[in-house]
Design a protein around this ligand. Sequence first.
Ligand code: MLT
Ligand code: MN
Ligand code: ZN
Length: 308
Amino acid sequence: MQVLVLGAAAGGGFPQWNCNCGNCQRARAKDAAAPARTQSSLAVSNDGERWLLLNASPDLRQQILETSRLHPTSGIRGSPIAGVVLTNGDVDHVAGLLSLREGQPLAIYAAQRVLDVLKSNPIFNVLHPDHVARRVMPLDAPTALAAQDGTSLGLTVNAFAVPGKVPLYLEDARAGPGFGTQAGDTIGLEISGDDGSRFFYLPGCAAMPPELAARIREASLVFFDGTLWRDDEMIAAGAGTKTGKRMGHMSMSGDHGAIAALAALGIGRKIFVHMNNTNPALLSDSSEHAKAKEAGWEIAYDGMEIRL
Ligand code: MLT
Ligand code: MN
Ligand code: ZN
């Protein structure tokens, strides 16, 4: 199995169009220690020919342009991209679907809650059902992934609910502290290849309950939510009013952060993805970056490739 990081940044990307924080300034200045990153997405393939996107970011057009393996190879129209698996309905994970219109056969896999979001937004009908299959991915059961015509991609996904939050644009302030969040609004994925390799992808995760820790224990590879270094980081940077917790993300650092929560799980390779532009760990010369690496983590970058 091959995995490509198409975009390692969180929603907004790095730099973000309207952000003038120190990190974004350095990225705009093309500082070598602050490489720009596009929004959150991976591509995975079992055969090296047909690829499945894990999330479809608003930067998808640029990501495809920069990834030769995703370019058309034969015929007048075609794509190595066979489908998309979605982990939530957030803008940074679904807006790229709109860039995949043009009558290309595709299969979209998502939890029922996320399929309902697509269904309720008629703009997604540009992905016409004659060409694009929408398939429900049940939670806690393996789903064999297939192209639109039913041919196997040699990949299986096991989707599971993780602590998270309903998309921002669906928050219901009257629905209590969870803003109406239900199981299936944010999911993690375990992707397995027919070659026996497997990995986990959790680009959004608000907490690490024991059952989730048990699930990812001793995995050979986990991509994990790296949105913020610390919970109040956006407030401290003057870049926002919300904590990471409020946005449905656990931070990298701190007693209840991802570094601590995954430290004793015996995971082979731990890679932070979905990093917000305010996160100091994005900077390869920061003390936070060094601390994450000392703790055995890698910080994803666009174009990162992994062969399992
Ligand atoms: C998130 O990950 O918290 C969301 O993508 C934020 C957003 O909607 O931009
Ligand atoms: Mn996001
Ligand atoms: Zn910024």
